[in-house]
Write a protein that binds this ligand. Sequence first.
Ligand SMILES: Cc1ncc(C[n+]2csc(CCOP(=O)(O)OP(=O)(O)O)c2C)c(N)n1
Length: 285
Amino acid sequence: MTDQATIKRLDKASMETRLNLLKLCQQTVIHIGGDMSCCDIMTVIWQYAIHYDPANPQWEERDRFVLSKGHAAAVTSFSQAAIGCYHTEDIYKEYATDFGRFGMHSCNLRNPYVDVSTGSLGHGLPIAGGIATALKAKNSQSRVFTVVGDGECGEGSIWEAAMAAVKHKLGNLIVFVDRNFLSFDGSTEEYMPLNDMAARWRAFNWNVIEVKDGNDMQQLVEAVDSLPKPDSEVPTVVVCNTVKGHGISFMENNSKWHAGMIDSDNYQAAVAEIKDAYHKKWGED
Ligand SMILES: Cc1ncc(C[n+]2csc(CCOP(=O)(O)OP(=O)(O)O)c2C)c(N)n1
């Protein structure tokens, strides 16, 4: 079992990212619901799992990251800032400006810490598969991490990529599915029923790790600890049951908060709730 100091450190990092997201959301429109949903996944990837040098984003031996649910760019930027890729303040200054490295979707023409520009759903995983294929051909020990939305799994290209990854024996490919049961403005099951997500990936012959509570750091860390080696031959999907808008009661499971801005009263209430949850769990601020 992972030591509690590590879990606490990651929980604190997640709390800080949530507070940063809320601050940005007062200033501009972000995809706040889906950012909050995968915030803990993003923290565990960027602050626990990934092999990365913030001083050298082109380092050949780095693990790659592809944000397949490309609208979660804000949470990715803050998660990268937390390990020193940028100053957090730069994100507030540059977000959605003509000169900025940061915006609603990740752009690799402007930002060297973005391996692939994304935003058009269903494209990230196929590209991640291509990168994993190339790394494998070079006998690289790097992994490719990607985060896919469950609404995004209604795109056929996700399943074509899933088949190709098995065929090409991409044990270096790790997919986190953010299974929050909500898409743009309603239930994923109404748009395109996905039912038992883990069974679906199992049927495609993936190595499947299920995380019962994908907003629980201990469970996420255990999932990362059980990943197969990069030179294994079966791709892994970590199916994480999450809550859209997690941590803020008026946002949770409410598709009205898919994207938007937050007013001052809601901001104060949300910040108080996030801080209170951390305090209750760890007995400190
Ligand atoms: C190809 C494509 N179609 C539609 C959209 C518009 N869109 C942006 S986010 C979103 C919902 C995605 O749902 P999900 O993947 O579950 O993301 P989450 O709810 O976790 O934010 C949609 C339909 C898009 N970005 N790309």
